[in-house]
Design a protein around this ligand. Structure first.
Ligand SMILES: NC(=O)c1ccc[n+]([C@@H]2O[C@H](COP(=O)([O-])OP(=O)(O)OC[C@H]3O[C@@H](n4cnc5c(N)ncnc54)[C@H](OP(=O)(O)O)[C@@H]3O)[C@@H](O)[C@H]2O)c1
Length: 281
């Protein structure tokens, strides 16, 4: 049995779709904090809340392979992931695949700290595991594309840093491959897009598709954060986005190993596709 945490999230839904192309639905279990949101997934659903340790052991009965999709509750994640690892150990899970972050060890990204803690917890746990160190999603830029066109500028703080992003669906397919084939225990996969771009390149692509000039305006980290707060983002999110851009300037979102495309057996989805989807609205 293969189980997916965060199955009602955007990545989780795509992983279930990718799994359904590879194995019968009867072999898949969606683990959801709110099971009522998982009724349309086409697989069995079990309640699974990272904050309820005992119930998680029951949720994992009969599960051989588990995908732990990192929690979206920043600041609580390391403890929540530790609780999932403990439950997986008790339930006898034979492979725990964890969605970490690109180049987690030594990453300049502020959000890497909780991933490092989880990777250390896995190493200490005795549970057989694999690390899916996911790079940036193309979709992280989707919301910003129409805004950039409307305001005649793409803002950011990533300087000349190259970003090797890929579609969420690409990362989901890689997870499905790891969950349905053998030989992944102990492996670390640095997953990123085949091609990379600077935010100036992204602005040029937006300009090309929108048919108007949208220049890239690089701001110091604190100034970019201020703009994000001004347009209504909560301060912690603004802080995270500005910090991530500053880390991207130092290369934190770049990788040219092409491990992702070799795992999924096809090229990754280019950022131009995400720009096109965002402009179609
Ligand atoms: N690589 C990137 O560019 C990137 C970007 C953003 C996020 N991420 C990371 O990748 C993860 C997956 O991305 P995503 O786009 O699928 O995020 P998402 O749509 O926000 O999904 C997060 C999932 O985590 C679940 N969750 C949160 N707290 C939980 C808890 N206490 N117990 C059980 N489940 C809980 C959510 O459940 P509900 O459906 O009940 O809310 C949801 O299913 C994120 O959580 C984040 O750690 C990566």
């Amino acid at each position: 049995m293969i189980a997916i945490t965060g199955a009602t999230g955007q990545l989780g839904r795509l992983v279930i779709q990718a799994l359904l192309k590879r194995v019968p639905a009867e072999q898949i279990v969606a683990l959801a904090r709110h099971p009522e949101k998982a009724g349309d997934l086409g697989v069995a659903v079990r309640e699974f809340d990272y904050d309820q340790p005992e119930a998680m052991v029951i949720g994992l009965q009969g599960v051989d392979r588990l995908l732990l999709i990192s929690s979206s509750e920043l600041g609580k994640r390391a403890a929540q992931h530790q609780a999932v690892i403990n439950a997986a150990k008790q339930a006898g899970v034979k492979l725990l695949a964890y969605t970490s972050v690109l180049h987690a060890t030594g990453s300049a990204l502020g959000l890497a700290a909780e991933h490092q803690q989880t990777e250390q917890a896995l190493a200490a746990s005795g549970v057989p595991y694999a690390l899916l160190r996911n790079g940036w999603y193309n979709e992280n830029y989707s919301a910003g594309v129409p805004a950039a066109v409307a305001h005649d500028a793409l803002l950011g703080s990533a300087g000349q840093g190259r970003i090797a992003s890929a579609a969420r669906a690409d990362y989901a397919e890689a997870a499905a491959v790891v969950l349905t084939t053998d030989g992944h225990v102990g492996k670390t996969y640095e997953l990123a897009g085949d091609t990379s771009y600077t935010l100036a390149d992204l602005a040029a692509e937006i300009s090309r598709q929108a048919g108007k000039t949208v220049p890239y305006n690089n701001l110091p980290e604190a100034e970019y954060k201020g703009v994000l707060v001004q347009v209504g983002l909560p301060e912690p999110i603004a802080d995270l986005l500005a910090n991530s851009d500053a880390a991207a300037a130092k290369g934190a979102l770049f990788d040219d190993s092409k491990v992702l495309s070799s795992l999924i057996g096809r090229p990754t989805t280019p950022i131009a596709d995400a720009v096109a989807v965002a402009l179609k609205g």
